[in-house]
Design a protein around this ligand. Structure first.
Ligand SMILES: Nc1ncnc2c1ncn2[C@@H]1O[C@H](COP(=O)(O)OP(=O)(O)OP(=O)(O)O)[C@@H](O)[C@H]1O
Length: 558
């Protein structure tokens, strides 16, 4: 613990907050918390840009709670004193959970409600009638309640927070936000939190902040390469499937993995493909009901699943966006059953993610940063691997430019991998790809949605009374068992390239996988957390040029 760093107990925070912080096991504030909390407690408006996973939520939540506690010492009357605006429902759920944790010892004094969920306004009305001290919600939801007179802020609001400020406009909330501001009092304290400083954040700054302190921390927008290793590999469509199959099946990547694709169909295509090799994965996309989405994230954080295939649908669709400054395409939320307030690549705190794989390369620099920021959070190590097709090379160059800016260490390195070494797997891969027809995808998509709608209904009420059943609810079941061919589950010894034999740990079936994965968790815990240079094959499997001591030459081409 650095002696010159300001500690939580030196910030003038209430004892009940310090107790909750002690329970959370946070030894000391992160940089953004150290800088922002004293300024916020001093009543300043703040615009904070700090990299992903750097603890921005508590940086605004702690002073916000402190201010409410102080304020209630003089005015006991119940009122909505703080509003936290978030771009997605997932984030609303997460922020609500964190505030509940931080107010564990003062829950009676600081009540918080999350209204971002998609239920009838009338269902949430009674909650708002009780005037919770803190309301968390998306701008459209908060505005809807204000317009319906379910809540008033014009006299009571003391603090406004806009979390993930860079996203609010791109999620289509610009006009909602402007209308919402008309319902606020003239004077209130405001915080804008963001991982990137875009033109949208500048616009918001003008709209919302008064004479703000601007905290622009940590030059790079992602952790440096002692914490986060970033790789890219050029491969076209079939090779993407082949490479992912081999990496997962031979356990060449270990620990929890988030795979990002750019469309809902793609996530079912990939899930059905992996299913045939008995590689389980959950899907996360905007068509799933919000209760299911939040439950999947919670279970993933609890270690139920190793792999999530997530869509990143709310990114800008136009690959030329970074070139066409100021002409960003806004998310309209159009599309069958899509929820425009969905978003898991932004702000969501997936715990202990070891690997982020961009199966489809993100369409903008911001999107890359947010996706990759799901790993290497809060001081943990992480690896990001991006598959890049020849049409995406320009985007890769843009990302490289943006990341390297003033720090060459932040660049993506080539992920040396001799594709010819895994040629033996190609036949199986193509066989599996053939089975994933458009019809199979359509059926799987429908099946999953029906199933999750049922789950979602139960998640609302049934599971509260039946917590054991909740534990048994899984979201990674096979969606199309008919296409699974038993022989595909196993990897015959002869297929494993000799260069990989020392690293590979083929999984033969779900039962075995479970066992192996448990073992892998142990490896993860011991090697990744304790030793910074763990034996993550994603790291050790590169650069054949540089032979590491005692390690056979890996199959990379470097
Ligand atoms: N002082 C601390 N010490 C240790 N862990 C912390 C501390 N503060 C926050 N964390 C943890 O760090 C993780 C990331 O925090 P948070 O989600 O607030 O990051 P963020 O900066 O908002 O990221 P993003 O930009 O991706 O939204 C969380 O799991 C949180 O519990």
């Amino acid at each position: 613990m650095a002696a010159d760093r300001l500690q939580f107990h030196e910030m003038g925070l209430d004892d009940r907050l310090l107790k909750a912080l002690a329970d959370s096991g946070w030894a000391q504030p992160t940089l953004i918390q150290e800088k922002a909390i004293p300024l916020a407690l001093d009543g300043k408006d703040i615009l904070a840009r700090a990299r992903t996973g750097s603890g921005k939520t508590a940086a605004y939540a702690l002073p916000l709670i402190q201010r409410i506690l102080t304020s209630k010492e003089t005015v006991r009357e119940q009122a909505v004193r703080a509003v936290i605006l978030v771009p997605t429902k997932e984030l609303g759920h997460q922020v609500h959970t964190m505030i509940r944790q931080l107010t564990a010892y003062c829950a009676r004094d600081v009540r918080v409600a999350d209204i971002s969920g998609k239920v009838e306004l009338s269902v949430q009305r009674p909650i708002l009638m009780e005037k919770p001290d803190v309301v968390v919600g998306t701008p459209s939801r908060v505005l809807a309640h204000l317009s319906a007179h379910n809540m008033t802020l014009s006299t009571s609001l003391e603090i406004l927070v806009i979390d993930e400020a860079d996203l609010l406009f791109s999620f289509g909330f610009e006009s909602d936000l402007k209308s919402l501001l008309c319902h606020l009092p003239k004077i209130y304290q405001a915080f804008l939190m963001s991982a990137t400083l875009s033109e949208d954040v500048e616009a918001l700054k003008e709209l919302v902040l008064h004479n703000p302190v601007i905290l622009k921390l940590q030059g790079s927008q992602l952790p440096d390469n002692s914490q986060l290793q970033q790789y890219s590999v050029q491969c076209e469509e079939v090779d993407k499937f082949l490479l992912l199959y081999v990496l997962l099946k031979l356990s060449l990547i270990r620990g929890k993995t988030l795979v990002f694709v750019d469309a809902v169909d793609r996530c079912y295509r990939l899930k059905l493909f992996l299913e045939q090799f008995s590689i389980p994965a959950c899907v996360l996309n905007s068509e799933l009901p919000v209760q299911s989405r939040c439950h999947i994230i919670t279970q993933f954080n609890q270690g139920f699943y190793d792999c999530i295939i997530a869509t990143d649908e709310n990114t800008v669709d136009d690959p030329t966006v970074t070139v066409q400054k100021g002409k960003k395409k806004r998310n309209t939320g159009k599309g069958r059953g899509k929820d425009k307030e969905y978003g898991v690549s932004r702000g969501v705190d997936f715990h202990n993610v070891s690997n982020v794989i961009n199966f489809d390369f993100p369409h903008s620099v911001e999107s890359y940063i947010h996706r990759v920021g799901r790993t290497a959070r809060a001081g943990n190590l992480g690896t990001a691997l991006s598959f890049v097709s020849h049409t995406e090379l320009t985007l890769l160059a843009q990302v490289q430019d943006a990341l390297t800016g003033d720090n060459l260490d932040s660049a993506l390195k080539p992920y040396g991998f001799k594709m010819e070494e895994i040629e033996g797997f190609r036949y199986r891969c193509q066989d599996a790809m053939r089975s994933v027809t458009k019809q199979a995808i359509k059926e799987a998509r429908l099946k999953e949605i029906k199933q999750e709608l049922l789950n979602s209904e139960k998640l609302k009420t049934y599971f509260e009374d039946n917590p054991r059943d909740l534990q048994l609810l899984r979201h990674d079941k096979d969606l199309h068992p008919a296409v699974v061919k038993p022989h595909m589950k196993n990897v015959p010894e002869y297929l494993i390239p000799s260069a990989l034999k020392h690293l590979a740990n083929p999984l033969s079936c779900r039962k075995k996988r479970k066992k192996v994965n448990n073992a892998l968790h142990v490896v993860m815990k011991t090697k990744f957390k304790v030793s910074r240079k763990g034996s993550n094959p994603l790291k050790s499997f590169r650069h054949t040029g540089k032979k590491s001591k005692g390690r056979p030459k890996a199959s990379g081409k470097s």
